[in-house]
Design a protein around this ligand. Structure first.
Ligand code: CAA
Length: 389
């Protein structure tokens, strides 16, 4: 039996800040962002958008196509949880009207948890091939204003359906793991913005890649030459370029710069515009690759490196199934990015500051999002969500 991903869908926040605006406000050359870190824009949530509204938006596309029959597990992966106890997935379960015979849980390990959800989903389906698992990865990446991480903020969600005999991508069994108790990026419970040791986090990411790849090889994984494309966790797209250069070196692959870039270029395009979406970003990268790579990838193997600071990481592979292109929502996903409302730097800053101002009190949000679901506010400490008419 083969197991893997049968469908995958994308959502993001409905406002966008061009990083030119940020560079102008900071009085620096935008080349640092457009070229140096490889980011052109960041998605910015309206006050009535969050991980639940984005996650429900992505998951609703899956349910609209496949129905909810057989979905007995919903795994919600996030770094930016909205409750310390209740899973964000239960809010999505309610918004989408999923059946009561469904286990729902939230997973956390920085940017890695969606890959943990994928692996747990594969195990559930391996035990009972009639089961389907809905995985949602959704994050709003937030750093404090005027810090080095600020240009690498963003927001997006991906939902995917894990089943037997998958129509899109078969996930292969061999994986390589690497865990190390470090503080490269973390977020204490009392902060709404992440703390990061920027340069150290880059080195930690690259070291983890080496560790996970080495174990992947020791466990009988595919040779580098048998992997056609690579998809990395993308805190900013230049990180994936650096990572692939490192992997080529470690694997002894003699590829020139152009050949190396050709193996990852399509996977970078959507993240370049959403900004970091933490645990969703590697799967935004997968969608970007499948939708935007000019080659027919049917039958080709993709290598994945999933990294979550702190740190836990995994290298694994999947093989693209014939007919995958018919399942993609390429035009819709492009429109989702193009149709975001462009905002000025002053509004972005005001929205950023407003997040902490409302914590702990009841409030209502104005109806602003053009998306299908909205966060209406807090009453008696309970978050309220609505489906827009
Ligand atoms: N034109 C072109 N390029 C320029 C430029 C210009 N005008 N000005 C600067 N650059 C280049 C620099 O040369 C540099 O390139 P290289 O890295 O290839 O040398 C690049 O732009 C960035 O410049 P700096 O290193 O000076 O930038 P910085 O120190 O201000 O910030 C950063 C870089 C540390 C990565 C920062 O963006 C950051 O803290 N990001 C958040 C942490 C992060 O994403 N870490 C990644 C690993 S951890 C992880 O993956 C988990 C997660 O999701 C957070």
């Amino acid at each position: 039996m083969t197991i893997g991903i049968s469908d995958i869908a994308f959502a993001t926040a409905h406002q966008v800040l061009d990083l030119q605006q940020l560079a102008d406000a900071q009085g620096i050359d935008v080349g640092k962002y457009y070229i140096g870190i490889g980011q052109s824009e960041m998605s910015v949530p309206f006050p009535d958008e969050d991980i639940v509204t984005m996650g429900a938006d992505a998951a609703a596309q899956i349910i609209a196509r496949h129905g909810a029959d057989g979905i007995r597990t919903l795994l919600f992966a996030t770094e930016s949880g909205i409750d310390q106890s209740k899973s964000a997935g239960v809010f999505v379960h309610g918004l989408l009207g999923l059946g009561e015979h469904c286990r729902v849980v939230e997973l956390k390990q920085a940017c890695y948890s969606a890959t943990a959800a994928l692996q747990f989903a594969l195990g559930i389906v391996a035990r009972d091939a009639s089961e389907k698992v809905l995985v949602i990865a959704s994050d709003v990446a937030r750093y404090a204003l005027d810090t080095s991480g600020e240009p690498t903020q963003g927001a997006a969600a991906v939902a995917f359906l894990v089943t037997a005999d998958p129509a899109l991508l078969e996930i292969e069994p061999v994986t390589g793991l690497h865990t190390d108790d470090i503080h490269d990026f973390w977020r204490p419970n009392y902060l709404s913005t992440a703390l990061v040791d920027g340069k150290y986090s880059l080195a930690a990411y690259l070291g983890a890649l080496e560790g996970a790849w080495t174990e992947y090889q020791e466990r009988g994984g595919a040779a580098f030459a048998d992997i056609a494309r690579f998809c990395y966790h993308q805190p900013f797209t230049k990180m994936a370029v650096k990572a692939h250069d490192r992997l080529c070196k470690v694997a002894g692959a003699e590829l020139d710069k152009e050949q190396r870039l050709a193996q990852i270029a399509a996977s970078l395009q959507m993240n370049r515009r959403t900004g970091n979406s933490y645990t969703a970003s590697i799967y935004v990268g997968l969608l970007s690759l499948l939708e935007r790579d000019g080659a027919d990838l049917a039958g080709e193997r993709i290598g994945f490196f999933s990294y979550g600071s702190g740190s836990v990481s995994e290298f694994f592979t999947g093989v693209v199934r014939p007919g995958y292109r018919e399942l993609l929502r390429t035009a819709r996903d492009a429109a989702t990015l193009d149709d975001r409302v462009a905002i000025a730097h002053a509004r972005y800053r005001a929205l950023h500051e407003a997040v902490d101002a409302v914590q702990g009190s009841d409030y209502e949000t104005a109806a602003e999002t053009p998306g299908p679901y909205r966060f209406a506010g807090v009453v008696d400490h309970v978050r309220r969500y609505e489906t827009r008419g």
